[in-house]
Design a protein around this ligand. Structure first.
Ligand code: 4NP
Length: 152
């Protein structure tokens, strides 16, 4: 089983979007028995809160539901992931602080899997869920290709 964890600041906009999009891609390729997917926040700010309306509405256009998903903070049980996937540079800094050298897997920003050293813009601040959606799809496509190579 390959374990993937998407992480952002609040776990209500970007990382749940990535989790839901990636889950759909994995289901479409019938790899759900081989890839386990979750998401978490670096902060406790939105703990227990549902996915942001903007993410919910953008994903609804793709017939993707985020019902039953709630924000939670990164915790020690997440150390067993193979991939921890951050949305921006500040996430990387905060995740590294939390991991404190205890992690053996891969930690990268999502768009690195699309060959781009660039952040996923935070729609909490930009209000633009379309750009974030397009970038998340781009990154998730690259990540899935990478993991499919691992599974060969
Ligand atoms: P996210 O966006 O990290 O993509 O979930 C944010 C959500 C909440 C806050 C900031 C960013 N906040 O300040 O509560």
């Amino acid at each position: 089983m390959v374990k993937v964890l998407f992480v952002c600041l609040g776990n209500i906009c970007r990382s749940p979007m990535a989790e839901a999009i990636f889950r759909k891609m994995v289901l479409d390729e019938r790899l759900e028995d081989k890839i386990q997917i979750d998401s978490a926040a670096t902060s406790t700010w939105e703990q227990g809160n549902p996915v942001h309306k903007g993410t919910r509405q953008r994903l609804a256009k793709e017939n993707i539901s985020v019902d039953g998903m709630y924000s939670r903070t990164l915790e020690d049980k997440d150390l067993d992931n193979d991939y921890i996937v951050a949305m921006d540079e500040s996430n990387i800094i905060n995740i590294k602080k939390f991991l404190n050298g205890r992690y053996n897997g891969e930690l990268k920003m999502l768009l690195e899997y699309a060959g781009e050293q660039r952040e996923i813009a935070d729609p909490w601040y930009t209000g633009d869920f379309d750009i974030t959606y397009e970038d998340v799809v781009k990154g998730c496509t690259g990540l899935l290709n990478k993991i499919k190579e691992d599974l060969k």
